[in-house]
Write a protein that binds this ligand. Sequence first.
Ligand code: PEP
Ligand code: MG
Length: 746
Amino acid sequence: MVQTTESESRKLLGRLRDTMAEDAAGQARLDKITHLTADSMKTEVCSVYLFRDEDTLELCATEGLKPEAVHQTRMRLGEGLVGRVARTSNAINAADAPSEKGFRFMPETGEEIYSSFLGVPIQRLGETLGVLVVQSKQARQFTADETYALEVVAMVLAEMTELGAFAGEGAALSARHQHQVVVRGTTGQEGSAEGHVWLHEPRVVVTNLVSDDPERELERLHEAVERLRVGVDQMLEGAVGGDNDQLQVLEAYRMFANSKSWMRRMEEDIQRGLSAEAAVEKEQSTARSRMAQVTDNYLRERLSDLDDLSNRLLRLLSGQGSETGADLPDDPILVARNIGPAELLDYGRSLKGVVLEEGSVGSHAAIVARALAIPLVVHAGRITTEALNGDHIMVDGDQGLVHLRPDDTVVTAFRDKMAMQAEAQERYASIRDKPAETLCGKTISLMMNAGLMADLPSLQGSGAQGVGLFRTELQFLVRNKMPKRSELSALYARVLDAAQGQRVVFRTLDIGSDKVLPYMKPNDEPNPALGWRAIRVGLDKPGMMRMQLQALLRAANGRPLSVMFPFVAQFEEFRAARAEMDKAIAREEKLGHILPERLEIGAMLETPSLAYAPDQFFDEVEFLSIGGNDLKQFFFAADRENERVRRRYDTLNVSFLTFLEQIVARCKNTNTQLSFCGEDAGRPVEALCLAAIGLHSLSMRPASIGPVKHLLRRSDLNAVKAAIDEARERGDQSVRGAVMDYLRSA
Ligand code: PEP
Ligand code: MG
């Protein structure tokens, strides 16, 4: 029985392939497919429903239902049995369809005379494109074999849709991956870029779906799986003693690679006439649609491991993929589900832009993209399914938009915008060596934020007067082991060399919250931003902090050194951290190392509490830098990582500015050097207001220095301050409107 079904199904696939090869219009092809399928499955009806738009399915071809219903009958996602198959990505097999829950009768189709119903999703890589249905008068359950056979036809249909076999018949049938797609994500790093897609994990394009020679295909599958197993075993051997997460992934790979049921399902698909590649992809597709449905994180990760493994197997079978030497385009825009910071660093500045399907604003990859000044869009839903290697792509990091295969109007508008930005950059370059001196004669010191050796060339290029914040956590985040003291010290020394005597403020390790080290056990904290992070970790586990302080002292090797501690919430914490520095100095002295010629020790003001520390704190600390990103999130109680609230409160809100003014006043009274190094320092209007309330040293990403300087040089801080004061007196919530009015009038 199974044998007959298998040969039937092989015969059907062969006929489908011939249909593909024929030179016919899309609709004629679809009609033929429904005819062949009904004939082969001995059912009276076979129908194809495809998505017309995101939530409408349309009857696109039928054998057995009334022909006038084609392109007329539509249903919403979830509506009726067809809609339910599409929504759940699960087959429905009903002997008596009209009595099934959710059944919806479509009178125009004439389906009332059919009792049994079998519907399977038409899906490709976890994305449902439509539903394939067979119906018959006789009330009977379809067998598992029949379901299987229909799924195989659905898979071929999906591939044919993908290859454009039904193009030219309206949106529902148009070739996928050929038309323009706009994906709305979230800004990870501003800037615009145009280029060509480079998939971090390239998708193998399977074109040989059907095969007449199952024995040969089985052999190919077995050979490839064997190579896959050997490869996984080798990776496991190489990873012994390494990091736990990686081991867990590899163990999952091994489990799947040896899974008998996975193998059996693929073998059965081949027996039914699929090629080895198509059989692997069919399994992958099922796993992906399950992945979209499970909420358990652990299970999702394992399904994603299976997905990776399927990709490897496809690459082995087809000889396509990254290992086969495909060339990176000249203007690559990296597209990936997610990427680790180390991998992103490997690509380095060769990338024009990065688009991630997952990722987050505060992810390590985002930190690296920012350090490399590469436009980044995160949360770009479905981008890895939509994009193909080499596709034309435009990334608008400012708006968090991605235009894939853009049409001419978009291309023109986008290029105009980029040209305007380039013109502005030229303007900024012309003032690079000029001071940020305002019309009222005040000179503001503009420094840059950095975190990588790769940032240092920007020091000269941007005209920054030094590094106001060097985030040291990146060196810890991009490795899978703790860096050694000698490595850190060599790196810090290179940073100081590159700065050529300009001031560099090193911030000690700021981990915890969103920055979790791969080799440190993560803490399950309900509110990580308010949790065990930064200086709190440093003081509780002083080993790491001591090592870092020593590395900094050695790197200075007699040169001046500035160090600041992050996230200090009270005086005592600063004292304790400073005592660690004193101990480190004593140790270094004893070991005969040269001490810095001058040592400045400061703190970041990132919690409101520190603004109200006793005067003695202000006397003791040599400088303070306001970490506006954190300070603002605590001031407004609005999580900086939460898309829903992170933009809710304006930095130029009167309450926040008034608070900052109090800090400025305390620093003035105690003669404490003060600067501001949060992201807001790099936004021209915000920077102008900060300068107007007395923050005369600002540290920002290098690309912001030009625009900020340009605005400062054209503004009068006294007038801006007057506008701020008037807005406050008027009871405005934010001073933005008043300041913008001033700028327009000036
Ligand atoms: C800040 O909080 O403003 C800051 C500069 O530190 P980070 O963004 O690294 O937390
Ligand atoms: Mg901070």
